[in-house]
Design a protein around this ligand. Structure first.
Ligand code: FAD
Length: 775
């Protein structure tokens, strides 16, 4: 996730997929209030989604004399707002416990109330201004098909109902049989109903933009803001925004740019991360009630959920089903690759296929035959803005007077944007937010710092050879992320766990458990969970895929004595799993056990008596157990395949790495010949030796070292060197990214994947390198 969070978002791409809502496009889709871009204004708003539209309208209501320009990279409302699922559903209970733990009950109730108020205020606004946006308040059903989610939901609804005096949703619980009958979902194990609704967020936003235009807004569509810089420091700070059509200056720049916000402000990189989502519009099955299902739905399974609305009676396409979600179930690694992804010009095929089938699955026999015109009407993708702590950022950018933001609404903009915009306008014009506004939404230096100071998990281990056990001392520093961690994890933070016991568990499953009292940290190595961090609710059997509720990622660095893991927690993951609502949870760190993590640090590393790579440095049990020298498929006797070591007939075989690997004094962009003591190169990289092994960097780049006679240290260094020896060229592709250049890396002759064709050539290359070094 760290790697995904570091991908710069750039500006929105041209020619995105067309959503159900954007067909046909609004008449102001390509509108420009003036032919030329004005050169200055009192306020410049970047982004024409619901946030930008509400801010523009709010500003002009309160300051009718102000000049306000809105820059939109593509057509009006072409971001998440124009391509969402149309669900106005707060489901506040799903985050309430977490907010309560982090901010206290009063603030948690305030957040729930804002969400509830946002739905009411949207309805009232549309009604007051006569905006035709198919707004449809109705009952919603949360249908559960997984026990962990169901139990967590029961606990959370009970707590929220008890805590909140008024003005939040009230929940009705339904048993399995009630849920199956009432909601037509044969697989339900329980259900919860409350008030929610559906809307065409596109029509609503276009309606608000039109109101703002009437009040004097200058809208400039197809005008991407490329960069933001401060100019002139006379009385006020003045900001200049560059666009392909010229510059605009203003003392006030408002970023309503959601997932793209880090493009302007590098300090937001990793704080608001783009996440690509998908939705599909379908004709309902012939067995479902006509003319439309009376309620909206969400379907909760172990590690995620889908959300679904039915187009209301009387609207265009009445009865059509819009369903979104599916990322965590349809894609590898719970859809990790969709984070940092801003390409909404295409669909992720596996996700599109999953969404095509899932509604019919949930309704089972009640779905009936497909409509004669086919099920699918259209499918599209869109970019959300995922905030690192799960709450939006509203307010003034620290250290950048005059730069304001309202962004990072995750998948819940329809229940947060309107009230957040109101809060921001109050702050800009009155100097403070009203008391109803949750202060936890406010942008501040502290909050930003907490988010950028990534969670750190430092694990140090030492060997107690006498007992043949490992004593692991764990010190977990978690700054800014306490909110998301369970009580048990908090304990881990507070304590110096000098007696964390190492217990070797079922190696067949590639699992090692570290237990501390009744709490456990688990290291997994299943292909699905490489580089994931998650939690297991108490009482759940560890090791089962469905018990893993991932909520972050891991880039770990093995430096012989220390594993340093940077854990970036993203509540969006967390939220899905209800991790913190479980009374006890444990951290799971999953790694690829068949790969050795490579230390590419420049730091001096204290020598270790022994390093074991079974779990990337954590386990270092003495290997007094003998490898079974049964006949294997290896061409050389005693040289194994990695899988043979992972799943030996006898359990409990460890592999070891020679201590010399920790003291090579070698840089990855130099050939193996640069190693101080060439003798060490001949040593096997691991014992027992293997024919092939993957070497993985902390960012997950994998290189493979091979040698049928057993991979040596030299083979490993060669593989790394080849992968890192590249020539670069530059390209400007304005459609891909106007303001940045693309670096193309070409392997040098003899570079990765292009090993010298002959042994002679290889030797020559090594000689040349050695000569260059004066060796
Ligand atoms: C597939 C999908 C389904 C969703 N479903 C739901 C749902 O059912 N219910 C719900 O509550 N929420 C849902 N959401 C989330 C919700 O749509 C968002 O939280 C909300 O629309 C955010 O509104 P916004 O105005 O802040 O951002 P956006 O609507 O994303 O607006 C940002 C605007 O800024 C523009 N922009 C960005 N960078 C630049 C630049 N450099 N120059 C000029 N313009 C720029 C973009 O083009 C865009 O128009 C969904 C989101 C997606 C993607």
């Amino acid at each position: 996730m760290d790697a995904r969070a570091r991908v710069p978002p750039g500006v929105p791409r041209l020619n995105p997929t067309v959503s159900y809502w954007q067909s046909p496009p609004a008449e102001i889709a390509t509108f420009r209030s003036t032919e030329d871009l004005p050169t200055n204004a009192d306020y410049v708003i970047v982004g024409s989604g619901i946030s930008g539209a509400c801010i523009a309208h709010g500003l002009l209501m309160k300051r009718p004399d102000a000049s306000v320009i809105m820059l939109e990279a593509r057509t009006a409302c072409s971001g998440a707002t124009g391509r969402n699922g149309g669900h106005t559903k707060a489901a506040s209970y799903r985050t309430f416990l977490e907010h309560q733990r982090t901010f206290g009950t009063e603030e948690a109730v305030k957040i729930a109330q804002l969400e509830h108020q946002n739905i009411k205020a949207t309805e009232a606004f549309a009604k007051l201004h006569n905006i035709d946006c198919d707004i449809h308040p109705c009952e919603t059903a949360d249908v559960f098909v997984a026990e962990n989610q169901w139990q967590a939901a029961l606990e959370a609804t009970k707590t929220l109902n008890a805590a909140s005096a008024c003005d939040v949703e009230t929940y009705t619980i339904h048993s399995a049989s009630e849920a199956q009958t009432k909601f037509l979902t044969p697989g339900a194990i329980g259900g919860i109903t409350y008030c929610a609704g559906s809307i065409s967020a596109y029509k609503l936003t276009i309606g608000i933009l039109k109101l703002a235009l009437e009040k004097g807004l200058n809208l400039q569509t197809n005008t991407p803001a490329i960069s933001l810089c401060s100019v002139g420091r006379t009385i006020d700070n003045i900001w200049q925004i560059a666009t392909p059509r010229g510059h605009v200056t203003s003392p006030n720049v408002i970023l309503a740019t959601n997932g793209y916000s880090a493009h302007f402000l590098p300090e937001l990189q990793g704080v608001i991360v783009p996440l690509r989502g998908h939705c599909t519009a379908q004709r309902p099955g012939m067995g479902l009630p006509k003319p439309a299902l009376p309620m909206t739905y969400s379907f909760f399974y172990e590690a995620g959920y889908e959300y679904m609305i039915s187009r209301p009676i009387g609207s265009k396409g009445q009865g059509d089903i819009i369903i979104g979600g599916g990322r965590t179930i349809a894609l590898p690694n719970e859809g990790l690759a969709e984070f940092g992804e801003t390409n909404d010009t295409v669909l992720e095929p596996a996700l599109a296929t999953y969404l095509h089938g899932c509604a019919a699955e949930y309704f089972g026999r009640n779905w009936g035959r497909d409509h004669s015109d086919g099920r699918e009407k259209t499918t599209w993708s869109g970019i959300m803005g995922i905030s690192a702590d799960g709450l939006p950022y509203v307010g003034s950018m620290p250290g950048k007077e005059g730069v304001w933001i309202s962004a990072g609404f995750n998948g819940h903009g329809m229940v947060m944007c309107l009230k957040s915009a109101e809060g921001l306008v109050n702050l800009m014009l009155d100097g403070d937010v009203a008391t109803w506004f949750p202060r936890s939404f406010l942008m501040s230096e502290d909050r930003l710092k907490q988010m950028t100071d990534c969670t750190k998990l430092n694990t140090t281990n030492s060997e107690d050879g006498a007992k043949g056990k490992i004593h692991v001392s764990v010190h977990v520093q978690i700054r800014g992320h306490q909110a998301w961690l369970s009580l048990s994890e908090m304990l881990l933070i507070e304590s110096d766990l000098s007696n964390l016991k190492h217990k070797q568990a079922d190696r067949q499953e590639g699992r090692v458990e570290l237990g501390y009292r009744d709490r456990q940290m688990r290291h997994f190595s299943t292909p699905q969970h490489a580089n994931c961090v998650g939690v297991v609710p108490a009482g759940h059997k560890a090791g089962d895929r469905q018990d893993i509720l991932p909520f972050g990622s891991l880039a770990h660095r093995v430096s012989g004595v220390m594993i340093e893991s940077r854990l970036s927690f993203y509540r969006s993951f967390h939220r899905l799993g209800f991790a913190t609502s479980a009374p006890q949870t444990s951290i799971i760190v999953s790694i690829m056990s068949s790969a050795i993590a490579i230390n590419i640090s420049d730091e001096t590393i204290a020598p270790l008596s022994k390093v074991d790579s079974a779990v990337a440095g954590l386990s270092s049990s003495p290997t007094d157990k003998k490898i079974s020298h049964r006949r294997t498929s290896s061409s050389v006797s005693g040289v194994f395949k990695m899988e043979e070591l992972m799943f030996p007939e006898e359990k409990g075989q460890d592999i070891t790495i020679p201590i010399e690997t920790q003291q090579l004094g070698w840089k990855i962009n130099t050939p193996a010949s640069k190693v101080e003591d060439p003798e060490v190169l001949k040593k096997f990289l691991i014992n027992p030796p293997v024919k092939k092994i993957d070497l993985r960097t902390p960012l997950g780049i994998v290189m493979t070292a091979r040698n049928m006679k057993g991979v040596t240290i030299k083979d490993a260094l060669d593989a790394i060197y080849k992968a890192n020896k590249k020539k670069a060229s530059f390209e400007w592709d304005k459609e891909e990214s106007w303001e940045s250049l693309i670096i193309h890396t070409k392997k040098e002759a003899g570079g990765a994947g292009m090993a010298p064709s002959s042994k002679k050539a290889k030797k020559k290359e090594e000689k040349a390198a050695a000569a260059a070094d004066g060796a």
